[in-house]
Each structure stands twice: as C-alpha cells, then as structure tokens.
Design a protein around this ligand. Structure first.
Ligand code: F6R
Length: 616
C-alpha cells in the first residue's frame, strides 16, 4: 500500500524522487521520506517526515539535501507503528551505510528484532521494516554485495515484501526485491538512467519502457541498466516492455481533483475500452489476450467472479452478464472470504478476477487458491503487466488510463464493459448467441459512452440534489437485480468520500430489518430504473414514504409516476436492461462527490484509505 521510488542516473535525484512521491501519494499518505547517496561520498543523507509530501518538502527546504544522483523515496500507509517521523521510511541499520524502503509486512519481525537486539543492534523505530535494514547491514558486513545481501535478507523474512535498498558502499546502485503479493516492483529504463517504483504512475514521466518483477525476483540497477536474479541465486531473464499509457493523460489538468477528472473521463475511458475489445461494423469481438484461456470458455460449467470493494461490485454486475448472455451458472465471491473457505472448485469452474490495479493481495491469494484447484482463470485488469495478468491464463484489459483518485470511478465502469465483452465472447464460443444478437449487444454497448457523457452534462444538477444530505449522517441505498451492485457501489462511494454512514441493501431485504431505521432523518436513495424490477421498487418507496422517510429516486427519463412519488428524482436515459448499471452509477458517483465536497473532505485521499491494498 506504500509507494516506493528509486532513481540512479545522470540527473539530480532529489527532485525526481519528490515528484515521484507526489505521483505515489495516493498509495499512502501518512508520512514520507527520501534517502540520497551524496555525490561527495559518505553516508546516505535521509530526510523523512510524518504527514503529506508537503511536510517533507518543507523539511528539505529548511535543511537542504546534498547533491546526489542516486536515491530512494517512500510514502507510507502505516502498518507497524503509528505515523511519526521515526517510523517514516527510509530506515537505516545500526550504522548508516544502508537505507531501506519497504512495502509489506515482515511477519516474523518480533523474533528477528529480538535476535538482532541480542547481537547488539539498536532500533530507532517501531516498524517491521527496520529489521530489514539491520539484516542487510549484517550481510554487507560479512562481505556480501548489496544484491547478495538482499537475497540473504529476503531468505530470513516471513510474509510478502517489496523492498528497495541503497548502500554507500556501492554508489550508483539500487537493489529491489519482490516476495509474494506485497505490491509491484516496476523497473523503468531511461536514457542513461534507471528507476524502480511500486507503480507505473511514478515512472511514466521518465519512461514507458518498463519491466515488472515476478514473485521471488530481485533486480540490481545502475545507470547502465538492470540485472535480474531469483531468490534461489540464479540469474533471471526479464524483458522490458513498452506500455502505451500516456503520461499527459495522468495529469490532473484543470480539474479540482483527480476523482472529478476521472468521473468526467468515463465516456472516453469507456470508448477506449470498448474500442480495444470489439469492433462495431462489422460486429466482432477482439479479446486477443485470452491466449490459453479461450478453449476453457467452451469447457467450463460455471463461472466464479472474485474481487474486492468496487471491483467486487463490478463482478456482481458481471454475474448477470454470464447468466443472461452466456447462460452459464455464475456466482461472485469476496476474494478475501473465498481464499480461506477451502472452496470446492476445479477445472469445471472459470475463475474471473476483477482488479484494476492487478496487485490487490486478497485477489492474488484467491487466484493462488484457484490455481491450486486447477481452475482456469481470466482477469479483468487496468494495469498491463501487473501480477493478476501474470497469474491468470488470460486477461481482458480495460483502457481507462491511470486512476489516481483513491476511490475508483472510471475503472468501475470500464470493468463492467470488459465483463460484458467477456460474457459475449463466452456466449459466442459456446454457440449461445446468434450473430444478430451479438451485433445488437455490441451496438448497445458502443452507445454507452455517449449516454454516460449525457449523464455527466447534468453534473451540476445532480450535485445540487446532494444538498438534501447536508445534515444527514446515515443514508440507505436500495436496488434490485442489476441495480443491487449499483446500490452497494453508491453506498461505498458515499462512505469513503464523505464519511457519511451509508448502507447498500437489496430492496427486497428492506422489510426484513432495515426498515426499522427509517425516519425523517434517514434518507433513502432508491435505484428505480425501468429494469430494476420497477414495480417492486415502487412498493418499497411507498413503504418508506408511508413512514415519513425521504426518498431520492434514480428513475428512467419520463417515469412520471416515480418522479411524483419520490421526494426528488434524478433521471437516467432509457437503456437496455443489462447496461443500465453503467448509466445509473453516474448520479451516485456525483452525489457522493458533491456530499464530500460540501463537507470539505479530502476527496482524492480519503482518510485511512490507500489505493491498491497489498496487506491483509
Ligand atoms: C473503492 C476502491 C476499492 C478497490 C479495491 C480493489 O473506491 O477503489 O474498493 O476497488 O481495493 O482494488 P483493485 O481493483 O485494484 O483490486
């Protein structure tokens, strides 16, 4: 969950590291730090501060760092030890020759710390990371070079880790390691310079030629290039690839927040994703990264979709697609629940994981369980080269571009579009869809970017409707059928952006308990589009109104009965049933955004959250 950046090359490292940390701040934002190997030689210079990057900037402004062309940086999301200057990374050993930044949890850190203390090591922080610095120090002292020291140290650590280290004994060198699913280590190939990062986002301003470390791989960089090794000591072949992400598209531009930009980008992100997965004239699916997975589409007897958070909600929409379009039994599961349940599955089950980052630890662990059971796997992912795309037998890529707001928006809608395409492909391969129906579905999906764009033209009017939530502390979101995942996602967006308590519920469940909450101070957002079993939702709204509850309904344009019945209504254009989620989520994203904005929340970096959850 933390962000890592390392640079070595001909330019001054500090500005590159600090800019990188700003690009990574969405990964974690409770403290930040950098360490540089001074050009004049000597021990690494370290600056670190609790708080956002601005605090670190101020500290460096007050006490400038020496000129240096090699350095590392880190932005932290605390696991062991509260956010503080001492607990911020980088960490050093007993001496100051080695510096380390880290993402992950050293599960045996208490035992290691006791053992190291007995040998005379003194600790300055409460972090697990500091044990890594001390172990590296011991290995260097026993004569190993930094790469060997990293290998030996990794052999002592329990749990998943992404680590980058420097030592003043090897100027111009940085070493990185990945064990398990603590997050990516991406190697950036520049002109006469090399970088390492936890994220593509921090590398894109410098290069698009990148390589991802696989599990149990190490990398050593200097300004001339990279050498790779495995934890068991052999050399590894890792080829860089050129990613097509455009660094300019990652900029915030004129928008107040990344999240606002990303909500507004949805029509373009959808158009790019749909364009990458199909052609409309002639209607043809072009999912060309399914590789070994395609034959399985014909053989499997059921589909299981897994994900977390917003991606799980996209998976819930996908379940409808597999059932309705491909007529395959489909189910969904929370990846973190699935992995510990000893699930019963084998080659008859296609496991579809949904993960925009491709690095969420719960999803990766669920994929390991699926692999061990012999289940074929396809991942829906927005990050080319990420771990889910390596583990799965095939991938359906979304082309949403980088998403920097911690709360997902455009990757939700594009994941839904990708799931629709995968369900169509499954139906085609299994002979469950006629050419005419395929062409109709493709045309319907291709029309959605424009419809979502029309929805967004009403941004200000939707935001105004959020006025009714100005004083509220609880909101119920109700939906049925394909609108249920949208109710859940609307509630999640409301919680994480505005910190208002919001519950998403299946509307049919309301009478079985939640209705007890209804009073004039507990408003309901009801998803009441034409396809959400409208007549049933009408009854639910009547029941709420009869108990003096306020209802903000999301209804189809022209649905005068519901417009009259609700206290307020926001409209969605009429669209085919299965695609209504793409249109209906837009007002809920905007409502959450406007509610958070009115309360002065930090929309791009909500408290306690981090984008890409790489710890359990
Ligand atoms: C919420 C949100 C999270 C992510 C979840 C999974 O707005 O963004 O719930 O959806 O952490 O992340 P990925 O899709 O990267 O696996």
């Amino acid at each position: 969950m933390c962000g890592i950046i390392a640079y070595t090359g001909s330019r001054q490292a500090a500005p590159i590291l600090l800019a990188g940390l700003r690009d990574l701040e969405y990964r974690g934002y409770d403290s930040a730090g950098v360490a540089l190997l001074p050009e004049s030689g000597g021990e690494p210079a370290v600056a670190k501060r609790r708080g956002k990057i601005a605090e670190l900037d101020a500290a460096i402004g007050a006490k400038p760092l020496p000129p240096a062309r090699t350095g590392i940086g880190h932005t932290r999301w605390a696991t062991h030890g509260a956010p503080s200057d001492a607990n911020a990374h980088p960490h050093t050993g007993s001496g100051s020759e080695v510096v380390v930044v880290h993402n992950g949890i050293v599960e045996n850190y208490a035992a290691l710390r006791a053992e190291l203390s007995e040998r005379g090591h003194a600790f300055e922080s409460e972090t697990d990371t500091e044990t890594i610095a001390h172990l590296l120090e011991e290995a260097l002292d026993s004569g190993s070079d930094l790469l060997a020291a990293m290998r030996e140290t990794c052999g002592r650590l329990a749990g998943s880790q992404a680590i980058v280290a420097l030592t003043s004994r090897e100027p111009g060198v940085a070493v990185g390691a990945r064990i398990g699913h603590a997050g990516a280590v991406v190697v950036g190939y520049g002109e006469g310079e090399m970088l390492l990062s936890s994220d593509l986002a921090a590398l894109l301003p410098h290069t698009r030629d990148v390589a991802f470390l696989a599990d149990r791989q190490l990398v050593r960089i200097d300004e001339r290039g990279a050498t790779y090794a495995t934890l068991d000591g052999s050399a590894a072949e890792v080829e860089p690839r050129t990613v097509s992400l455009d660094p300019a598209s990652a900029a915030r531009g004129p928008y107040e927040t990344y999240m606002l930009k990303e909500i507004m980008e949805q029509p373009a992100a959808l158009a790019d994703t749909i364009g990458g997965l199909m052609t409309v004239e002639p209607a043809r699916l072009t999912l060309d990264d399914l590789a070994e997975a395609r034959p399985w589409l014909e053989r499997v007897e059921r589909v299981l979709l897994v994900g977390m958070g917003t991606s799980l909600h996209a998976a819930m929409v996908g379940r409808w697609y597999f059932e309705q379009i491909a007529r395959l039994p489909a189910d969904i599961d929370n990846a973190s629940e699935f992995r510990y349940r000893e699930p019963v599955l084998g080659p008859e089950t296609l496991v579809v994981s949904v993960s925009q980052s491709g690095e969420t630890v719960d999803v990766l662990e669920a994929m390991n369980v699926a692999r061990a059971s012999g289940a074929p796997q396809i991942t829906i992912c927005n990050t080319p080269g990420s771990q889910t795309t390596r583990v799965a037998d095939g991938a359906v890529h979304t082309y949403a571009g980088l998403e920097r707001g911690v709360a997902s928006s455009k990757t939700f809608t594009t994941s839904i579009a990708a799931l629709f395409a995968l369900a169509l492909e499954t139906a085609r391969v299994r002979g469950r869809i006629s050419d005419d129906d395929l062409a109709r579905h493709v045309r319907d999906l291709a029309a959605m970017p424009e419809i979502v764009g029309r929805q967004l033209e009403s941004f200000d009017a939707i935001a105004k409707a959020a006025d009714r939530f100005r004083a509220t502390e609880h909101i119920l979101f109700l939906g049925r059928g394909p609108a249920l995942p949208i109710a859940l996602e609307g509630a999640l967006k409301m919680k994480e952006l505005s910190y208002v308590h919001a519950e998403g519920y299946a509307a049919g469940e309301m009478k079985h308990g939640p209705i007890a909450l209804i009073d004039p101070k507990f408003p309901t957002v009801a998803l009441a589009g034409q396809h959400a079993l409208r007549s049933k939702i009408v009854s639910n709204i009547e029941q709420i109104r009869a108990r003096d509850g306020e209802v903000l309904a999301i209804v189809t344009e022209g649905d005068d009965e519901l417009i009259a019945l609700a206290n307020e209504a926001l409209t969605v254009p009429p669209v085919p049933a299965l695609l209504e989620p793409l249109a209906a989520i837009v007002p809920l994203q905007v409502l959450a955004y406007a509610t958070a904005d009115a309360r002065g929340r930090d929309i791009d970096q909500p408290r306690n959250l981090a984008k890409t959850v790489t710890v359990e």
